[in-house]
Design a protein around this ligand. Structure first.
Ligand SMILES: O=C(/C=C/c1ccc(O)c(O)c1)N[C@@H](Cc1ccc(O)cc1)C(=O)NCCCOc1c(-c2ccc(O)c(O)c2)oc2cc(O)cc(O)c2c1=O
Length: 461
């Protein structure tokens, strides 16, 4: 609280009535800034259709671009943007502008929108703005995928919504359903976007960071490479292939050439991630918090490897019966509580607060700019590698590791940042002794809580 203006101290005093967006402000100040996170991607902040049982996907049914949802209103959004940017945490908005909700009788919008007649009084659209209604009957014809309605959703394009968010201090956008929009249309929209707002600490002339959701399993007419010229693309293959490997369906040793050799986009064009809001609920292959050991190993590998700009998921618990966010009987969202051990309560998973994950965020920051060197494997399910002379990591997905490794590090005692943290110059988890020449004897049992051990120069005691 020491470096927070009294206004904000008074604000954060209001506990229970706080919106989700205010809670994100709190999290930026009390946690994210100290763990080396660079930003937060927030759920669509624009008004959405209210659907009876509040499914998670109602947030992807736009009714207007008014910044009012169950997560908060425009004032809350500005509070979040100000307080997070002050401590160096950027805000990225999940922008849904391919379509408006078709309503189609599945809900009631707050702004008197008339979906069937396609009149949205709170936005500038009218009938002639919409594509002729045709259903997406195939993903093998690019024109159909882009010109027809996605499952009854209405098509539109639009940029002033994003400029309003840029004015409020947003650093960039996840472009939802980009696959359903022509690259040239998106290029035109992006060209209309303002530079980032210097009042929030951005360097003058900075451009919004754009990352486009293009669900491309490699078997459809539309190819993710069509979008890399105009912005970054979220690389689903990262989550797919790392889930496959750490589930034991592929040998870890094959990860030696991880990157474009695996069919992945070039590193500077990719946003790498394991799971997202959609794959958590609709993919059976991609790992989630529900398989914690493998999930942490896949996330650790993604963060330890230089590939891409990485995104960590932070979830709330769900099951097939209740896929939506924690809410009370009136539908008001319940915010996460923070337990004494730093984990979240009230039905939130908060993977970003798991020690093995936030410590690997620090690992990634410490080794930034170095290459993967000294790759080792047992030709099967055990691998290890250095990142320059800054970090070393070892994985076992089968069998015990019990041997000496070249860690590429200076001699000394290093704390394993997976099994513990460094507190007052001591390791709460394992300690690794590196001798002259960088050699260290390391034990990592197959049955331990985590199948990873990682050390780096900032964890030296
Ligand atoms: O399951 C869902 C929502 C899924 C979804 C939502 C946001 C995403 O970012 C996403 O990737 C998926 N929606 C449910 C319910 C629904 C919603 C709208 C509707 O008109 C009909 C039904 C559903 O069963 N959807 C049909 C299968 C999922 O088809 C959707 C896809 C989608 C799926 C696979 C693809 O290869 C692809 O290119 C797009 O993207 C959306 C994006 C949206 O912004 C809003 C949507 O409704 C959807 C969306 O329905």
């Amino acid at each position: 609280e020491k470096n927070v203006h009294p206004y904000w101290q008074q604000r954060s005093a209001q506990k229970e009535t706080e919106s989700i967006e205010i809670k994100i402000s709190d999290e930026c100040e009390r946690f994210l800034q100290y763990k080396g996170y660079a930003g937060v991607q927030v759920s669509p902040p624009n008004e959405n259709l209210v659907i009876g049982n509040r499914p998670w996907w109602e947030r992807y049914q736009p009714v207007s671009y008014k910044l009012v949802t169950r997560s908060g209103n425009e004032e809350d959004f500005l509070d979040m943007s100000r307080r997070c940017n002050i401590v160096g945490i950027r805000i990225y908005v999940d922008a849904v502008f391919n379509h408006m909700t078709a309503g189609s009788g599945i809900g009631t919008g707050g702004s008197k929108a008339y979906y069937q007649e396609k009149l949205y009084p709170d936005v500038v659209y009218h009938r002639h703005h919409f594509h002729k209604p045709c259903a997406i009957t195939t993903y093998q014809d690019a024109a159909v995928v882009r010109n027809c309605q996605l499952k009854g959703l209405l098509d539109l394009d639009q940029a002033n919504y994003m400029n309003h968010l840029i004015e409020l201090g947003v650093a960039g956008f996840r472009v939802d359903a980009a696959k359903h929009m022509w690259p040239r249309d998106l290029d035109y929209i992006y060209s209309k976007l303002d530079n980032l707002n210097v009042k929030f600490g951005f360097v003058s002339g900075s451009r919004p960071f754009i990352f486009q959701e293009v669900l491309d399993d490699g078997h459809e007419a539309i190819n993710k490479n069509e979008y890399t010229r105009i912005g970054r693309v979220v690389e689903f293959q990262v989550g797919y292939e790392l889930s496959n490997a750490f589930r034991g369906n592929n040998k870890l040793t094959y990860l030696e050439n991880w990157g474009p050799a695996w069919g992945l986009l070039n590193s500077d064009k990719a946003v790498a991630f394991i799971d997202n809001h959609d794959t958590q609920r609709n993919s059976h292959e991609i790992l989630t918090y529900k398989t914690p050991k493998q999930y942490k190993m896949a996330t650790a590998f993604m963060l330890a490897h230089p590939y891409g700009t990485t995104r960590v998921m932070s979830s709330y618990e769900f099951d097939s019966m209740n896929q939506g966010p924690p809410a009370d009987s009136n539908g008001n969202l319940i915010s996460p509580g923070i337990n004494h051990d730093g984990t979240c309560s009230n039905g939130y998973v908060c993977e970003h607060r798991w020690r093995q994950i936030f410590n690997m965020v620090e690992f990634r920051n410490v080794v930034h700019g170095t290459d993967v060197t000294n790759w080792w494997s047992d030709n099967n399910q055990q691998i290890a590698f250095c990142r320059g002379n800054k970090g070393f990591i070892v994985f076992t997905n089968y069998g015990d590791v019990d041997r000496t490794f070249q860690t590429c590090l200076e001699p000394g005692i290093y704390c394993d940042v997976i099994s513990g943290v460094v507190v007052d110059g001591k390791c709460t988890g394992k300690a690794v002794s590196v001798v002259e020449g960088g050699w260290a004897y390391i034990v990592l049992g197959a049955l331990e809580e985590d199948g990873v051990l990682a050390i780096h120069t900032k964890a030296k005691i």
